[in-house]
Structure formats: C-alpha cells, structure tokens
Design a protein around this ligand. Structure first.
Ligand code: NDP
Length: 333
C-alpha cells in the first residue's frame, strides 16, 4: 500500500520535502471492517492549514502520518453487512492507495446519479460550501451585484452560477484570461477581472461594478479583497469562505483595516465553514443535483492522473493551475 505522509511541517510554500512516499502492508480485516481501494483523491486549500501545528476547526495533520482528506474508493473486500464488494464509497481516507475502514468512516454513493468524482466537487464539499455560504450569509437578491474571488475554482465557479440562478449580476475575479473567458462563456458570469494583469484593481472593480457591490463572496483575502471592500454598498454581505492568498505567508500581512468600511456601509461580514451546515447537506446536494439536471448549473473538473502526482496537484492549487475542482485520479474503477 503506497501512502503519502507529512514528512515535516512546511514554512511558507510546501515543497517536495514536505511529503514522503512510504509503503506499508495492508492490515487484515477485522469483523465490521471494509477494504477500500482509492479511486479519486481530493486536494483542497484547507489542507495547507492542517499542515501547521495550530488550533483550527480541524485537527492538524500529524508528522509521519498519512495526509488525510476527502477520497472516493471502491470496496474490494468487506466484513460488514452494510457494504459489499464493488460499492463506491466516500470518506476521509486521504493520500493512500488502500484503506481499511470502519463502517462509520465511509458512506456509499450512487454511481448511477452522476460521475462519482462530483461527490468531491459540485455535489460534495465545495458545491455545498458555495451553496450554504452564498445563500445563508450572502443572501443575494435579484438585480444585486455579487462579486466572487477565486471565481474559476471549485467553490467560486459554483458561487457565481448560483448567484446567477438567483437573478444577480455576477462579477468574478480570477488569475488568467483563459479563466475569465471561461467564467463568462461557460458559466454565464456577467464580468470578469484578471487580478494578475489589472493595473489598478480598485478601479477595475469599480468599472466592473457600476452599481457597487452587494455581496462579496471572499475566497482569497489579501489585496483582492481590499480592492473589493472599497466598492461595497450599504447593507452589503460578505461571506468569508477562504483566504488562500495568505495560507503560505510566513508573517501575518495586515492590510487596510476594514472596520470603518463595515460601519459606514452597515455591512455584514461573516466567516463560516461548510461543516456548520452538515445537518442540511442532503438538502443542499439535492438542490445542486437538480440544478445540474436542469442544466442551470455546470461544473468543470481538472483531473490529474496518478498517485505519485498528488503532492504536485496539491501545490497546483496555489499556482492557479486548475479550473473548477482539482482532483487526482488514482485508479480506474
Ligand atoms: P480552488 O478550486 O478555488 O483552487 C484554488 C484557487 O485559488 C486557484 O486555482 C487560484 O486561482 C486561486 N489562488 C491561489 N493562490 C492565490 C492568491 N495568492 N491570490 C488569489 N487567488 C489565488 O479551491 P477551492 O474552491 O477548493 O477553495 C477556494 C477557497 O475556499 C479557498 O480559500 C478554500 O480554503 C476555501 N474553502 C472554504 C471552505 C469553508 O468551509 N469555509 C470549504 C472549501 C473551501 P487563480 O488562478 O484565480 O489565482
């Protein structure tokens, strides 16, 4: 069984020294256990936070242990009455080729509904993050302007499309012209801003949002968010979902303080994690699935192949080498 373990806690951007490939025998199944072969591994920005030994909403990874994360696999052997060989399952078994699971650690998914990989993306964690963060905190109304950063990524692309479904005008901020074209042509965004080539981000946001910003769904933090903050409307809502521009910083980066803006605009800024809505995941997944079927919602995945490419795929998130959900396909079903 090949596994990838955390070799050392990274300082700044992780590199090849952060991870180590090891080989370990698969344990014998005990009563109630299930042997799962990994098919897809999810790589997610929040995993960077878990590499640090710092208090958060999830436990830090342990040094010399397998990197844990969302995965989809196939049951090879089962000593549980609830799972049988061939079942497709989802769990947090992470960066390893095989996993001996206890019943409560995995959940069956129905491969006939949608491609199985979507349960790690649009119908899974990132789709649900977009759905609940936007609708519960952002609460876009028809005709309002919604700005989303990290717009061509897994969460951002879903946020923009859901905002369109709700009748908003949608502006996406992303890191390449290819992404901006994709946002507009594939996903129906009204406007896009390439933050890498923009000469003055604040005036770009102003140009793209002539009526100001009613909802800012923040995936990135940093200077991009500073620019959007200058254009907030009265009673703006700001779901704070992620701050990927800061995850690899070695020192805290303090920008303009936002409190005066929030006061002047009576704006609401709220951080959240998707787990806050775990009791409503079924409702969210059903709605996302329905929109997919109706063709109102589209998704894209960037799929890298091969177990050995998992660490590089993870690093690709910070280079912007993905459109939509980034996944690694480890084995064929
Ligand atoms: P994405 O698919 O959006 O991939 C990450 C993207 O971030 C890259 O493609 C890149 O696109 C962009 N990016 C990387 N570095 C920077 C930077 N320095 N400045 C601006 N943009 C950057 O990942 P996800 O959709 O999975 O996650 C998006 C955000 O949502 C992350 O911040 C993540 O932590 C957060 N998140 C939060 C959850 C929650 O429960 N609160 C749950 C899931 C995700 P580009 O080319 O545009 O730079």
């Amino acid at each position: 069984n090949h596994q990838i373990i955390l070799a050392e806690r990274p300082k700044g951007m992780p590199d090849s020294g952060t991870f180590k490939f090891v080989k370990k025998d698969v344990e014998e199944l005990k009563e109630g256990q299930i042997l799962v072969r990994t098919l897809f591994v999810s790589v997610d920005p929040y995993m960077r936070g878990r590499m640090q030994d710092a208090e958060s909403y999830v436990e830090p990874f342990k040094v010399n242990e397998v990197i844990e994360g969302g995965s989809i696999g196939e049951v090879m052997e089962s000593k549980s009455g609830n799972f049988k060989q061939g079942d497709v399952v989802i769990g947090m078994f992470g960066w390893q080729e095989y996993y001996v699971a206890n019943e409560k650690e995995i959940r069956k998914i129905d491969p006939s509904l949608a491609p199985i990989s979507t349960h790690l993306g649009i119908l899974g964690m990132t789709g649900l993050t977009a759905y609940f963060g936007l609708l519960e905190i952002g609460r876009p109304k028809e005709g309002e302007t919604v700005v989303v950063s990290g717009a061509a990524g897994a969460v951002g692309s879903a946020v923009g499309q859901i905002a369109k479904i709700k009748g908003a005008r949608v502006v996406g901020i992303a890191g390449s012209n290819e992404k901006i074209n994709f946002l507009k042509e594939e996903w129906g965004f009204d406007e896009g801003i390439n933050y890498r080539t923009a000469e003055d981000l604040e005036s770009e946001v102003k140009r793209a949002c002539p009526d100001g910003v009613d909802v800012y769904f923040d995936n990135v933090g940093g200077e991009i968010s500073d620019a959007v903050f200058t254009q907030l409307n009265r009673y703006a809502r700001i779901p704070v979902c992620g701050a990927i521009s800061t995850y690899n910083l070695e020192e805290v980066d303090i920008g303009p303080r936002v409190q005066p803006t929030l006061i002047k605009k009576s704006a609401l800024m709220q951080g959240f994690t998707v787990g806050n809505y775990s009791e409503r995941f079924n409702e969210g997944a059903m709605q996302l699935g329905q929109w997919l079927q109706e063709g109102k919602l589209k998704y894209r995945e960037t799929i890298k192949e091969g177990f050995e490419n998992i660490p590089n795929a993870f690093l690709d998130l910070f280079k912007g080498n993905n459109i939509g959900k980034l996944l690694v396909k480890v084995a064929e079903r």
